[in-house]
Write a protein that binds this ligand. Structure first.
Ligand code: ADP
Ligand code: ADP
Length: 215
């Protein structure tokens, strides 16, 4: 059966960083709802324009739009063995919808690593985050600097600071996370899928613990 790993955790916990590494080491696709929205913004699609109006305020994009986008993504051929999903689901409605989508594919969520970090860490990490324009590769000015300032090591594209990584917007995103996404911790714990991972360790150590937990 296909494997679907959902990475849960607050903004800045390290989900995207770990999802990219795990996707490479496990041969699963990487689905990031945030990256999908940002691609739509870059391509100036209708979906992108709509999503941006919520993202700039640090709010969640409405469930129906987000669910439709992920439903389309997950049926692409690169997901046939499953996927590492980061940033989705973010509400109980999305989690229920995801269960139905996977059920339709004869699959289910395999495990939900919950990556934790204290608020001060989240603020420091998002405040120094640099993202690659072309493919969303993730850097940090202090914790994971690129070899050459402003340029992605992997694809040579420009690195930029996300509009929603400004401190006020991050504070809002953390509040939204606590209100709307935290209920998913209990949602997946009840289903026996939750695995807590301490995100305040070096990237390699977090990866090691994730891989051990997912075995
Ligand atoms: P999320 O997807 O959960 O928002 P990211 O993976 O984008 O988090 O990481 C947020 C920022 O923190 C990035 O700048 C990233 O380089 C950095 N980062 C990620 N994991 C770690 C870690 N274990 N230690 C230090 N910095 C990290
Ligand atoms: P982070 O990695 O820092 O947690 P993301 O890239 O996942 O941030 O998300 C950035 C923004 O994109 C969110 O603040 C929200 O506006 C929107 N977004 C991403 N995923 C979802 C989702 N599953 N539901 C609703 N909005 C989402």
């Amino acid at each position: 059966m296909a494997t679907y790993i959902v990475l849960l955790g607050p903004p800045g916990a390290g989900k995207g960083t770990q999802a990219k590494i795990l996707a490479q080491t496990t041969n699963l696709a990487h689905i990031s709802s945030g990256d999908l929205f940002r691609e739509n913004i870059t391509n100036q699609t209708e979906l992108g324009k709509l999503a941006k109006s919520y993202m700039d305020k640090g709010e969640l994009v409405p469930d129906d739009i987000t669910i439709a986008m992920v439903r389309e993504r997950i049926t692409r051929s690169d997901c046939k063995n499953g996927a590492i999903v980061d940033g989705f689901p973010r509400t109980p409605i999305q989690a229920d919808a995801f269960e139905k989508i996977l059920d339709g594919l004869g699959a289910a969520v395999t495990a939900v690593p919950y990556v934790t970090a204290a608020e001060a860490v989240l603020i420091e990490r998002t405040g120094g985050r640099w993202s690659c324009r072309a493919q969303g590769h993730i850097y940090h000015k202090k914790f994971n600097p690129p070899k050459q300032e402003g340029i992605c090591d992997i694809d040579g594209s420009e690195l930029y600071q996300r509009d929603d990584d400004k401190e006020e917007t991050v504070a809002k995103r953390i509040r939204v996370y606590l209100e709307r996404t935290m209920p998913l911790v209990e949602y997946y714990r009840k289903r026996g899928k939750l695995i807590e991972i301490n995100g305040v360790q070096p990237v390699e150590q977090v990866t090691k613990e994730l891989l051990a937990a997912l075995k």
